[in-house]
Design a protein around this ligand. Structure first.
Ligand SMILES: [Zn+2]
Length: 447
């Protein structure tokens, strides 16, 4: 017998242009799927969730986060990407080598808990900590236990020598954990990409992903690493395709940006990271000018906030700053400032598209999986709500997240996480943090 939930009487923002939005509407969930959306649905055999004084919308989608770093939250807020005292030196060079499988598990679990709490229902876990198959199993287990929808993007460690077993370990992960595509956790490959390996190696990694029908997610245009035309080289070799998501793209040439658009690629911008850490200017407008809307991603909790409200606010504010500045300098034909509606799409349906799962999430479309969040509109930070979309984007934060459902399963209700033992998650996070920091020899910042 399937269970039915009627989410009743909320302001429904579907992110489905055919369906539109409802000032007051209902969402019917049948088992794992959205069965119907509309005003005053005539349903009598469902458990009722009172959605009055809430916005009901699809859960947020994060298209790139290094979830294993969850135990290192805010440890490097003031360090940039590159240099002697940097994210690359400290996090990837010093702390990552100390990780045991249990530490990856703890990092993934605490990151997942934070994501769910913030109304994020899908995260692509960019997991470049696959030191052994046991590390892989631990990462995947945490994702599965969390209840979050996720894409496990298998990534090679960025320290030490290349381990020739890696392609085999990736294939093992594919057959062990991802034999079925119809599950909450799906697979991608997260190769270092052409800026960090020879172009021929990058090509081999693209072929490796495609050999198991996995999508590819890659950092490109990364600070000074992105200034050498490597994406163009990979493009000329014929590797770029619609199965690839390009992260940052901050220092790519116009030719490379155009290649990504022309080959049907998707884009993940980590706006706070790119602004804070020296990746280069956020290329939002360069993609919009070519008709490609970006998705958004948190990237590293070592440095930046971990919720999609901050992501949206940063993305829209920066785009506005840049276009209004161009107008003030007298430039003609300046592009439009993006709207709150645009940026809400980037944080939901465009994220689902970049993760290759827009057939099952990213909008409240009947037939899709029921990844639904309820955001409180009677909270003191947004009342009285005059423009629900504007309120979600500019007025709200994680404290407004009342309820979170993933594939119809409640993971947060009445403002509290359900189904996760937070005391256990906290103990594991502290234990692993203490182990990794002390073993690595890294000294956290003074206060
Ligand atoms: Zn990243």
């Amino acid at each position: 017998m399937s269970s039915r939930i009627l989410i009743r009487g909320g302001t429904v923002i579907t992110m489905d242009p055919q369906l539109g939005n409802f000032r007051r509407g209902d969402v019917l969930v049948d088992d794992t799927k959205i069965a119907a959306v509309g005003p005053e649905l005539d349903v009598t055999d469902a458990e009722v969730v009172d959605a009055s004084d809430t916005v009901v919308m699809p859960g947020f989608v994060d298209t790139h986060r290094h979830m294993w770093e969850g135990i290192l939250r805010n440890i490097g807020v003031d360090v940039p990407l590159e240099g002697d005292a940097s994210y690359l030196a400290f996090i990837l060079g010093t702390l990552a080598p100390a990780y045991r499988p249990d530490d990856v598990y703890a990092g993934n679990l605490v990151t997942a808990a934070g994501a769910i709490n913030a109304g994020i229902t899908t995260v692509l876990d960019w997991s470049h900590i696959q030191i052994s198959p046991e590390h892989t199993d631990a990462a995947v287990r945490a994702l599965q236990e969390s209840g979050l929808r996720s894409v496990f993007a298998y990534g090679f460690p960025w320290f030490g020598d290349w381990n020739p077993s890696q392609p085999e370990w990736f294939q093992r992960a594919a057959s062990t954990h991802f034999a079925s595509k119809d599950q909450l956790v799906t697979l991608a490959l997260a190769p270092p990409g052409p800026e960090f390996t020879p172009v021929e190696t990058a090509q081999a990694h693209w072929e490796l992903a495609r050999s198991v029908d996995a999508r590819i997610t890659v950092h490109v245009g990364v600070g000074s690493f992105g200034q050498h035309g490597k994406v163009a080289e990979l493009g000329r070799a014929g590797a770029l395709g619609p199965d690839t998501t390009y992260i940052h793209c901050t220092t790519l040439s116009d030719e490379e940006v155009q290649m990504i658009v022309d080959t049907g690629g998707t884009v993940s911008l980590a706006v706070p990271v790119e602004m804070m850490m020296g990746h280069g200017m956020v290329p939002t407008q360069r993609f919009l000018d070519r008709g490609l809307a970006p998705s958004l991603s948190v990237d590293v909790e070592t440095n930046v906030p971990a919720d999609m409200f901050t992501q949206m606010q940063n993305a829209v504010s920066l785009q506005h700053a840049l276009v209004f500045d161009r107008r003030l300098t007298g430039e003609a034909n300046v592009p439009d400032a993006v709207t709150s509606r645009d940026v809400l799409r980037w944080a939901t349906i465009e994220g689902a598209r970049a993760n290759g799962i827009d057939d099952r999430t990213g909008s409240l479309t009947p037939g899709k999986d029921a990844d639904v969040i309820l955001l409180r509109t009677d909270a003191v930070n947004v009342l009285p709500v005059n423009d629900p979309i504007g309120a979600v984007v500019m007025g709200m934060d994680t404290s407004n997240v009342d309820s979170v459902f993933v594939a119809g399963r409640a993971l947060k209700r009445d403002g509290r996480l359900v189904g996760l033992d937070l005391a256990r998650v906290s103990a594991l996070a502290h234990e692993s943090r203490d182990y990794v920091v002390s073993t690595s020899g890294f000294t956290p910042p003074e206060i």
